[in-house]
Design a protein around this ligand. Structure first.
Ligand SMILES: [Zn+2]
Length: 481
């Protein structure tokens, strides 16, 4: 295995690609724009999935599956929708050796087909709310590929709900934004800013789009999840109506929300370092790796005996892996598991066996030679508790570190010159008038966009950082992935 990672400071983008490939997360597919998610990357995605899925179910949602092919006419039904997707659509025109009567789109999202089905399924207020989520792949044609961040086909979940009132649908939109925030913070250890998208950045066809925005290790923004209040736009396009309690026919109010495999890219970029991946314990496919150390056969037998006890003590509560391969040295193994971001390493050598102890080394704290705070000897008695405690400390510390980093790179510029500098180095948190032209000028000048208008606002007023106009809200500006 080649273990040469480009340093982050030298070329962040190459650093990212090196890690994704060398830590065995993904590889390029023969079709341009597509990626192969390798078993280790998929295991990480599965943990992302289960953390989200558990929360969706706890908030009353159920899973279903809708087809990959969508009649092109469905997508054309909603004008704004087609505008949002048309250059990205992949379209099938031949099937079974014959030209199709109607071309089929490979779903860019299932919004339209779900709208069509909801119109059939929803008759009365008793059928509402309808709360369905789908785990699926979608296709949006891309010219440039960045593994996990920008690929033609990617995996995601899309939630689609229908409600009797605007208020219920709005509440659902915010509830799912909260679910995403909680997942990002608690499981992925990624601090996010929940907020509203500007008019020009929102999902085509939505009344309002909400997002969780995160700062990556190069200070650029990444939209890590979105939740849309669709009003009655889709209900009108797809004729989703219900009889209310007074027997009046009404359009439903709908929402949709999604998180994709981009989240894996975010985890890499927020926590990784020059040694490789650093994974938050809650999502790490392997939380603890045990590396036995021996020099001769006699030591090997005694060390492996202790290692077996360590594994037995841990395996019920912790995802533990014992690396007892003969053909690699301990140092080589340390490097490999560091590259793969395993949060905690347990070392057991002959001296540890004699003293009834093991060495714990944290991935997130340097100190490999035992000099730093990252490496401690602990007694085998009570090891399981000690390990669990350390994993939860690592989880908290990773979050704390990412939050400190974001705060250190979020600025409050006093004028437009300072603003331009701020967005080249991180986020600017500035008064903004809300005007689309003003936003377009800022983007032209600085390549920065309104990432979101944070939900949390102070109740005062200011002057727009660009045009000086009256502003009632502050926005987060930054360059984005
Ligand atoms: Zn302005």
């Amino acid at each position: 295995m080649a273990t040469k990672i480009t340093p982050r400071s030298e070329d962040y983008s190459r650093w990212y690609t090196d890690i994704v490939q060398q830590a065995d997360l993904a590889d390029y597919a023969p079709v341009k724009g597509c990626m192969v998610i390798k078993p280790y990357g998929y295991a990480l995605w599965e943990n992302v999935k289960s953390g989200l899925d558990r929360r969706f179910k706890a908030t009353g949602h159920v899973n279903a599956y809708f087809p990959l092919f969508i009649p092109l006419s469905f997508i054309q039904k909603e004008a704004q929708h087609v505008e949002g997707f048309s250059p990205e659509l992949a379209i099938v025109t031949v099937g079974g050796g014959k030209e199709l009567e109607e071309p089929l789109a490979v779903r860019p999202t299932s919004e339209t087909v779900i709208g069509h089905m909801y119109a059939k399924w929803i008759q009365s207020y008793r059928d509402l709310p309808l709360l369905i989520n789908q785990w699926a792949n979608v296709v949006r044609w891309e010219m440039r590929t960045r593994l996990f961040l920008r690929t033609t086909e990617f995996l995601w979940q899309e939630g689609h709900t229908a409600h009797a009132t605007a208020q219920e649908a709005q509440e659902e939109t915010m509830r799912m934004l909260d679910v995403y925030t909680e997942f990002a913070v608690e499981d992925a250890a990624i601090p996010v800013i929940p907020g509203r998208k500007s008019e020009s950045e929102k999902f085509a066809g939505a009344v309002n789009s909400y997002t969780i925005e995160a700062m990556m290790g190069d200070c650029k923004a990444l939209q890590a999840g979105t939740s849309h209040f669709l009003g009655q736009n889709f209900a009108q396009a797809f004729d989703i109506k219900f009889l209310d309690e007074n027997n009046d026919l009404q359009y439903t109010w709908t929402t949709s929300w999604g998180v994709s495999t981009r989240m894996v890219g975010a985890i890499v970029m927020v926590h990784g370092d020059d040694q490789g991946l650093v994974l938050p314990p809650k999502l790490a496919p392997t939380q603890v790796v045990v590396v036995p150390i021996w020099k001769n056969e006699d030591q090997r037998v005694r060390v492996l005996e202790t290692v077996a006890r360590v594994e037995a003590a841990l395996h019920e509560d912790v995802r533990v892996h014992v690396d007892d391969r003969d053909e690699y040295s301990p140092g080589w193994k340390f490097n490999e598991w560091e590259m793969r971001g395993v949060p905690l390493r347990v070392e057991v050598g002959p001296r540890d066996v004699e003293q009834g102890q093991a060495v714990l080394a944290r991935r997130d704290v340097p100190g490999r030679k035992g000099k730093g705070k990252g490496k401690v000897s602990v007694p085998l008695d009570g090891l399981a508790e000690r390990v669990q405690h350390m994993l939860s400390t690592i989880q908290t510390d990773l979050y704390r570190r990412a939050l400190d980093f974001r705060q250190a790179h979020t600025y409050d510029p006093q004028d437009y010159a300072e603003f331009e500098e701020a967005v080249s180095e991180g986020f600017a948190y500035s008064w903004w008038c809300g005007d689309a032209d003003c936003e377009a000028h800022i983007k032209e000048d600085t390549k920065a966009t309104v990432r979101c208008i944070p939900l949390e606002q102070q109740s005062d007023k200011g002057k727009c950082i660009h045009c000086g106009g009256e502003a009632t809200e502050r926005a987060i500006f930054g360059r984005a992935y």
